[in-house]
Design a protein around this ligand. Structure first.
Ligand SMILES: CSC[C@@H](O)[C@@H](O)C(=O)COP(=O)(O)O
Length: 358
């Protein structure tokens, strides 16, 4: 099938292999400064993931895979590669708890290591495996953009207004984005009127990253304070909320950036459809339901200050950075393998056993 939209690659790369190091666009300084950080070993990559130099579930997975490739290059020779790399796998595995793409990518790297013949050039083969994970994520982004656009067309006529939360764009993936990939495809195909982007307190991924990406790409975007979403849904004809995911349980419950659950409740109340866009590497079939997903809590400092200014003193802070949206609030999950409408355990199991794309 010939595509009816073209997505140009971004001019920036969130994650890039540069002959002997991993180059990460430091997202903590965007949009003010485009600074890059070079990582030479796995512990530097783990620190970059923990400190959110690189963020977004698929991008974290890709970076971790390169972290293992870097570790193997430093070791160069080993009789027992699994033992030699054990500490590197361990430090990457615990860098952040919620996005399962991290664990998935490390499992892919470990399986590749176990499959290699005894005389293999292990560092070269692990680098190749990391590059394949990266390229696979880019491909998945394009497939999801195409499938997500089909869903928008199936359920709506004319130009649509959509709302997104956090950043699920090129910055958060190996390529074009998940939720923002669909939104960019909708824009390129002429079916998007406007995207509303939540600012996404407290780290401001929406204001600092999503709005920046969309403005650069010429996509009409309006920034909102998070608390505006209910009013927006009541007063504007919003067709869809479109978000990414950090982990999807086997029953279709979705962990994503804090605030996603509130949006799903609001969407249900206002008759707005709710779409989750995520590669199958985000689906964790080992967890029966969303309540089992580990949710990261970050330092209270993220809430206690804005722009270097103290907001309050002496108060305790509750700062969970993800929440879980129950499957019954989700209209559709779009993956690179296909579309799951009204997700449940049976439909997800069927999807995961599919080899071919739709
Ligand atoms: C394609 S990214 C999907 C999710 O990872 C994204 O929505 C999100 O919640 C990112 O959280 P972050 O804490 O910025 O890593």
């Amino acid at each position: 099938m010939s595509p009816d939209f073209t997505l140009l690659p971004e001019t920036f790369k969130a994650v890039e292999w540069c002959s002997d190091c991993l180059r990460l666009l430091d997202q903590r300084h965007l949009p003010g400064q485009e600074l890059y950080q070079n990582c030479d070993d796995a512990s530097q990559v783990a620190a970059a993931i923990r400190d959110m130099v690189v963020r977004g579930a698929p991008a974290i997975g890709v970076a971790a895979a390169y972290g293992i490739a870097l570790a193997a290059r430093r070791i160069a020779q080993a009789d027992d590669w699994e033992s030699a790399l054990a500490d590197d796998f361990a430090c990457l595995e615990v860098a952040r708890p919620t996005a399962v793409n991290l664990t998935w990518a490390l499992r892919m790297m470990r399986e590749q290591l176990r499959r290699l013949p005894a005389d293999a050039d292990v560092p070269a083969r692990l680098l190749q495996a990391a590059e394949e994970i990266h390229a696979g994520d880019r491909e998945a982004n394009l497939s999801m953009a195409r499938l997500g656009l089909q869903v928008l067309r199936r359920h709506g006529r004319g130009k649509q207004k959509v709302l997104t939360h956090c950043n699920a764009g090129a910055l958060a993936t190996g390529g074009y984005g998940t939720a923002l990939g669909v939104i960019r495809a909708a824009h390129a195909a002429g079916v998007l009127e406007r995207v509303y982007a939540d600012e996404t307190r407290p780290w401001l991924q929406g204001a600092r990253l999503t709005a920046w990406e969309l403005v650069r790409g010429g996509v009409p975007v309006t920034l909102l304070a998070d608390v505006t979403a209910a009013h927006l849904m009541k007063t504007e004809a919003i067709s869809w909320v479109i978000v990414g995911a950090d982990r999807i349980a086997a029953n279709g419950d979705v962990a994503n950036k804090i605030g996603t659950y509130s949006l799903a409740v609001l969407a249900m109340h206002h008759g707005v459809r709710f779409m989750v866009v995520a590669p199958t590497s985000t689906i964790d079939m080992s967890l029966e339901e969303g309540e089992l997903i580990p949710l990261e809590e970050r330092s209270g400092d993220e809430l206690l200050q804005v722009g270097g200014q103290d907001l309050t003193t002496g108060a305790e802070v509750f700062n969970p950075v993800f929440d879980v949206t129950p499957a019954d609030l989700i209209d559709v999950i779009v993956t690179e393998k296909g579309i799951v409408e009204r997700p449940d355990a049976r439909k997800l199991a069927e999807l995961m056993s599919t080899r071919r794309l739709h």
